[in-house]
Design a binder for this molecule. Structure first.
Ligand code: PEP
Ligand code: MG
Length: 580
């Protein structure tokens, strides 16, 4: 047996904390199609039978999807599955696959080759819409091949408690399941600094490291590993000494957290009495206890995407109402800012929203408010749920990813129509409910003087503002080094948003990850930020820092930082002021 030795892998982003435990390896969905030669006629006939039953299985699965979409969204949407059924029944495709099998190859390979040929021929179609239908064909191919393999993915459902999940990739929806399974932590090959997977992990206080590049090929089920979310590292084959060292650190951290708990009921106030508010970000109503126990003065960002994850049909108005009213009631009299769904990008559902699942540039595509305006039926259900819940607590509504003023007008038009309907139906809601937007696209930051006159508040989504301003994919570990909140362009944008919003008399929050990083607190404070909205677990440390400096000093620091032209110069200043 090989002697234990620490193998340290560095990731690009982490959810803080330490987890020590055994690996549960989660396999990828993808499969590799290999050509096998079938020399005998009998073997080929068996292969055709296998193909037929895989097609039948695929057909049955598609019918289920069709019925579900039809029930929830109506016939128009059900056509997505309908198109797939038509492709599946295409006689030419089946004939071509049969012919290939007859030439002596296995069914998986034959399907793969025929689909590939059809997809290539689509490249020459000029019409964008029809050219993109190749995706439907690829989908069908994958489904048939999957059923030919008849290989069940070792799913998250089989997860064992107290394990550490290692996978090539996890989606935010997977992360939700991880929470239910009480796993200790996770580590993945891919993922960037503010991928939603890591944000959800932070909200759930699960130690995690993403962007490790090759952990999925180095760790296997049963191995003992350490996830060090504080240093963004994973340690494979840890020696007994390393395990002991980490156990000690874990205990120290626990003690520090206990110490910080004493700040819970104190205000977030500088030494010269400048007060700000610290709110919490949540991804799920279950986090609310932790919001309260960490002393948040409200929920500054309620990400509602979770309602759409891990289910087979669209959430109903009742689902929305129940989730939001539960949080609003518990948080009352503090406010709860509910963000309308921000699906798309790295947050996909299995609900078959037309066109979204296969976009080439999903972060620049049909995401967030764009999706809401494209699918008003889904948006309306959510708005009705939010408005009805507003009768039970102090709810504020926030639209994500606004990039032009017209989108805000459009969204408000839908909102006003929903309000009219509710009035007609005699359903109670808060007529004064405030409406705000996230500023997370550079175009919105540039027209903040215009936007701020049309809303009650704004919240800066630095996760996206950084991605879109610096042209750096937030989930791509290859460019993670370029993803930097200290880029002078970002700091200037933030300052501009705060100044212009204050000029119109509205408050500004930051709900991106930047607000939860202790290093940035003095500068953001000095810029005049009104609210920090962060993961519950980060609240005590952010409060400690705010209480340890004066507003006057923070302003001087932020002025100095704004004069710097390079990230390095800014970093130097930051490092001198952060107090551990
Ligand atoms: C952001 O972009 O900063 C933000 C808070 O929204 P999300 O991370 O959900 O995109
Ligand atoms: Mg965002």
């Amino acid at each position: 047996m090989l002697a234990k030795r620490d193998i340290i892998l560095k990731g690009v982003a982490a959810s803080s904390g330490i987890a020590i435990g055994k690996v549960f390896f989660l396999e990828e969905d993808d499969f590799c199609v290999i050509r096998k030669d079938l020399p005998t006629r009998d073997a080929r006939e068996i292969e055709k039978k296998r193909l037929n039953s895989a097609i039948e299985k695929t057909r049955a699965e598609l019918r289920v999807v069709y019925t579900k979409i039809d029930e929830v969204l109506g016939k128009n949407y059900a056509r997505i599955a309908d198109v797939h059924l038509l492709i599946l029944d295409d006689p030419t495709m089946k004939k071509d696959v049969y012919e290939l099998i007859d030439s002596g190859v296995n069914a998986e390979y034959a399907v793969f080759k025929v689909i590939d040929k059809i997809v290539c021929s689509f490249e020459f179609i000029e019409d964008d819409y029809f050219r993109e239908r190749k995706i439907d064909i690829q989908d069908i191919g994958k489904k048939i091949i999957g059923n030919l393999f008849d290989k069940q993915r070792k799913t998250l459902a089989s997860l064992e408690e107290n394990s550490i999940v290692v996978s090539h990739n996890l989606t935010p929806a997977d992360t939700m399941t991880i929470r239910e399974k009480l796993v200790k932590g996770f580590a993945t090959d891919i993922g960037g600094k503010t991928s939603h997977t890591i944000i959800v992990a932070q909200g759930l206080s699960i130690p995690a490291v993403v962007g490790l590049k090759a952990i999925s090929s180095q760790a296997k089920t049963g191995d003992v590993i350490i996830v060090d979310g504080n240093r963004c590292e994973v340690i494979l084959s840890p020696t007994p000494e390393t395990i002991a060292k980490y156990r000690k650190e874990y205990t120290l951290q626990f003690a520090k957290r206990k110490e910080l708990e004493k700040l819970k009921n104190l205000s977030a106030e500088t030494t010269d009495s400048h007060k700000v508010l610290i709110f919490a970000n949540i991804d799920n109503p279950d986090e609310i206890q932790s919001v309260l126990s960490n002393g948040a003065m409200g929920v500054g960002l309620y990400r509602t995407e979770f309602i759409y994850f891990n289910r087979d049909s669209m959430p109903t108005e009742k689902d929305h109402f129940e989730n939001y009213s539960k949080v609003a009631k518990i948080m009352s009299p503090y406010p709860t800012v509910i963000r309308t769904f921000d699906l798309g990008g790295d947050k996909l559902t299995k609900l078959g929203l037309l066109n979204v699942e296969h976009e080439k540039n999903p972060f620049l595509g049909l995401r967030a408010i764009r999706l809401s305006l494209k699918y008003p039926e889904i948006f309306i259900d959510q708005l009705r749920g939010v408005l009805r819940a507003s009768a039970y607590g102090k709810i504020r509504l926030m639209y994500p990813m606004i990039s032009e003023i017209e989108e805000l007008y459009e969204a408000n038009k839908v909102l006003n129509k929903v309000k009219q309907d509710l009035r007609r139906e005699n359903i109670e809601f808060d007529e004064q409910m405030e409406v705000g937007v996230m500023i997370e696209v550079p175009s919105a930051a540039m027209i903040i003087d215009i936007i701020s006159k049309e809303v009650d508040f704004v919240s800066i989504g630095t996760n996206d503002l950084i991605q879109y301003t610096l042209a750096v994919d937030r989930v791509n570990e290859n460019v993670a080094g370029l993803y930097d909140p200290l880029h002078p362009a970002i700091l200037r944008f933030i300052k501009r948003i705060i100044d212009e919003s204050h000029r119109t008399g509205i408050s500004v929050s930051i709900c991106g990850e930047m607000a939860g990083d202790p290093h940035y607190v003095p500068v953001l404070l000095g810029f005049g930020l009104d609210q920090f909205s962060v993961s519950s677990a980060q609240i005590p440390e952010i409060k400690r820092i705010i209480r340890s400096i004066s507003f006057e000093d923070a302003k001087k620091i932020s002025e100095e930082v704004l004069r710097c032209g390079s990230k390095d110069a800014i970093l130097k200043i930051m490092n001198t002021i952060y107090t551990q």
